[in-house]
Design a protein around this ligand. Structure first.
Ligand SMILES: Nc1ncnc2c1ncn2[C@@H]1O[C@H](COP(=O)(O)OP(=O)(O)O)[C@@H](O)[C@H]1O
Ligand SMILES: [Mg+2]
Length: 467
């Protein structure tokens, strides 16, 4: 079994990094200063200082990467920024540390057993940093010459001259190389590197000697020295893959393509054992390092007792990621049992968790968050419209008022106004109910709805956290 190649890894990376747009796209980090104190407003984060500071400490722990199997619980009322804080941690970790986000309820909708789904989530959250020696051709392009076939069809061929400060060589180009060069828009005067194994071309920059050719420059043109020495070079390259990616690439029945469809199915335990052995070997030989990442399970009260006991055991492995879970439930039933427990989490698991709580926002914090959301969504509002949205946010919920931004901006655009006015907000507020008004509405028109059971709904609401 070989380490996954750089190209495979790059393709994989592109798949795993798509998730984070939408509700939390304004969040770019935890907004801490160098001594890990939370700044009042920073990186899209507002207030919730204590929780953010605590998250910062966890972040440091993750970055040091030495401790496996620690776990954190973020508890608080709905809309107090639990998910936002987890996303802040993800942003601050950067792209080299794996971060997997899932919701507790997902476990039940996958076409695999619950424990398999959790095992995959765990292994997605552990990175393996692999060091490889790779051979490159690196030089400044002197000339590219492409011959079109006389008949007009058939493969193109060509030649490319590359040089370093000491030598110059002419290479024959095949169809694939020509395509790659065209795609990267390589031209004379560029300094390029070609990975000999995969044929991947990267442009390193423009050569300084060509600094006067204004035609070929964009605003971000980077200038580099013409490489020295031989054209052929050996360089160490480092790339990070997750254990899950290695599992899938090596699982014969699925193969690498399964990563694209997301349809990886269950992976045999023998495959995993083999891979664990191989990774252990690479670590001993100094070829690989383990990078513990983060597994974030939102709405963790949706897991059941089997999942919880799986988590308990999995956290004890020396290759466990940092687990972050979040919930808005208070004392409630543990799924799959008749027992009650804080947050619906069994006591033995709770005992392993560090707990941070989030508090409801003050008026000025809500206003600030709404302002950031307006910027994120490119919506202009008048001052008093923003004030009204803020009030609505305080009296109903932050989420509801964030939703109203988008809706009222549609109305304002329809009347060709440049900014959202109080009237626009008022109209959407009248049309779309918040949770409280909707409940009132239900109580009032009770008899017209199907499956009506008021006593049940009341219980549900009461089990939400009350801090
Ligand atoms: N402190 C904060 N700073 C910036 N945006 C926040 C903050 N707290 C919450 N939000 C935003 O408010 C919305 C609701 O918060 P969310 O994190 O989903 O709440 P929870 O997960 O606690 O129910 C999201 O769009 C979130 O990004
Ligand atoms: Mg949430």
């Amino acid at each position: 079994m070989d380490a996954p190649s750089t190209t495979q890894v790059q393709q994989v990376r592109e798949i795993t990094r798509i998730e984070r747009t939408g509700a939390h796209s304004h969040i770019r980090g935890l907004g801490l200063n160098d001594s890990l104190e939370a700044r009042a407003v920073s990186q899209g984060m507002v207030g919730q200082l204590k929780a953010r500071r605590a998250a910062g400490l966890i972040l440091e722990m993750i970055k040091e990467g030495k401790i496996a199997g620690r776990a954190l619980l973020i508890a608080g009322q709905p809309g107090t920024g639990k998910t936002a804080i987890a996303m802040g941690i993800a942003q601050a970790l950067g792209s080299d540390t794996p971060f997997t986000a899932m919701s507790g309820s997902e476990i039940f909708s996958l076409e695999m057993s619950k424990t398999e789904a959790l095992t995959q989530a765990f292994r997605r959250s552990i990175g393996v940093r692999i060091k490889e020696e790779a051979e490159f051709i690196e030089g400044e392009v002197v000339e590219i010459q492409i011959d079109r076939p006389a008949t007009g069809t058939g493969a193109k061929i060509g030649k490319m001259t590359l040089k370093t400060t000491e030598m110059e060589t002419i290479y024959d180009l095949g169809q694939k190389m020509i395509e790659a060069l065209t795609k990267e828009k390589v031209q004379a005067g560029d300094v390029i590197a070609i990975d000999k194994a995969s044929g991947k071309i990267s442009r390193l920059g423009r050569s300084f000697t060509r600094a006067k050719d204004y035609d070929a420059m964009g605003p971000q043109t980077k200038f580099v020295q013409c490489p020295e020495g031989e054209l052929q070079k050996r360089k160490e390259v480092v790339h990070t893959v997750t254990l899950h990616e290695i599992d899938v690439i090596n699982s014969r029945s699925q193969g690498f393509l399964a990563l694209f469809s997301g349809d990886t199915g269950e992976i045999k335990s023998e495959v995993r054992e083999q891979i664990n052995d191989k990774v252990a070997e690479w670590r001993e030989e100094g070829k690989a390092e383990i990078v513990p990442g983060v597994l974030f399970i939102d709405e963790v009260h949706m897991l059941d007792i089997e999942c919880f006991s799986f988590l308990n055991r999995a956290l004890e492995s020396d290759m466990a990621p940092i687990l972050i879970v979040a919930t808005n439930r208070g004392i409630t039933k543990i799924r799959g049992t008749n027992q009650q427990s804080p947050h619906g989490i069994p006591i033995d698991l709770l005992d392993r968790l560090l707990i941070i709580t989030t508090k409801p926002y003050e008026l000025d914090e809500i206003k600030q968050i709404l302002k950031i959301r307006c910027e994120e969504e490119d919506v202009e509002t008048s001052d008093d419209a923003l004030n009204v949205l803020t009030k609505i946010g305080k009296e109903t919920s932050l989420r509801y008022s964030i939703q109203l931004i988008t809706l009222s901006s549609i109305i304002s655009r329809n009347r060709k106004a440049r900014e959202v006015s109080i009237e626009d907000v008022k109209r959407v507020y009248e049309v779309f109910l918040d949770e409280a008004r909707s409940s009132d509405n239900l109580r009032e028109y009770e008899q017209y709805f199907m499956f009506n059971d008021l006593s049940n709904t009341k219980q549900e609401t009461e089990s939400k956290m009350e801090t």
